[in-house]
Design a protein around this ligand. Sequence first.
Ligand SMILES: Cc1ncc(COP(=O)(O)O)c(C=O)c1O
Length: 342
Amino acid sequence: MVNPKDIDFYSLGFNFVETKTMFVSDFKDGKWDEGKLVPFGNIEISPAACVLNYGQGIFEGMKALRAKSGEITLFKPNENGKRFNQSAKRMLMPKYDIDKFIEAIKNVVKANEDYIPPYDSGGALYIRPMLFGNGPMLGVASAKEFKLIIFTAPVGPYFPEGFNGIDLEISKKYTRAAPGGTGSTKTICNYAGTMLPAKEAKSRGFAQILYLDAVNLEFIEEVGAANFFGLINGKLATPRKTGTILEGITRESILELALKKLGIEVEERDISYKELFDESCTEAFCSGTAAVITPIASVSLEGKEKIFNNKAPGEITTKLYEILTGIQRLEIEDEFGWIVKV
Ligand SMILES: Cc1ncc(COP(=O)(O)O)c(C=O)c1O
């Protein structure tokens, strides 16, 4: 455990920093136990555990923020609870009561309160709920025993670029998810396969990959672990939910903010990567709990590059960022009922 007094909250990136307490609950004999807070630490697991052999595991990503008033906020935790259970269902795992999920989140955050970065640092306490089949399994079938853990880590910006734009490489070599698969599930299986593509893209100077659909290699899916948005012909467009993209909670919120707060028309549709290279696409950004709203400075494909807005954050991108983070940090009234105080 790192002493919170030794953490420089003002220079955090998106790295693991151990905090004091985690929540653990076990599913055995067809039911969940009460769950409890315990010191953060290693767990014992059978080498035959289903998660280790066949990847039966899911997770969520949330943040607790410190507002100027000192209050601690969560953003739409109910939606994370719902998505957690949808992911569990797809991976043949038991669901977890959403009210208990939120209560456990609040308790873990309170227990690790000293690790929440101060308001003016812009950081957050990242919350990682996870659920996995820890029961032993030799054949490919669901475990019978499961473990839920919620741990936290103080974080700064996900991309070191912060609110400066990132350069993305469109990939025609790698895809992330295929129809009928698990692309819209927050399962651990979707992530290991993106590490090599991301490493290769980084070696060429890009922050991440912009994935295309696996069938046509034409329609934009998402950016590593964030959803994609483009301002095209003055409308805010984002890929429709095809089952192959993670249906981001930030994505949903941005669609609502654009429509209701900025009066911009929004579209959930197939977006060809070719549209990004057209003059009609004037801004682009990606969204996620970790990425918040990160402007996209450029996209490149096979030596062809499109630079957005001289690489500066676009006007609509900036407005959406200000409104979203304003609501999250209690600086703008939460007329949507998105904030839950801890
Ligand atoms: C693959 C992927 N896409 C998009 C997102 C953004 O989702 P959300 O806004 O719910 O954080 C995430 C992560 O959180 C993700 O892992």
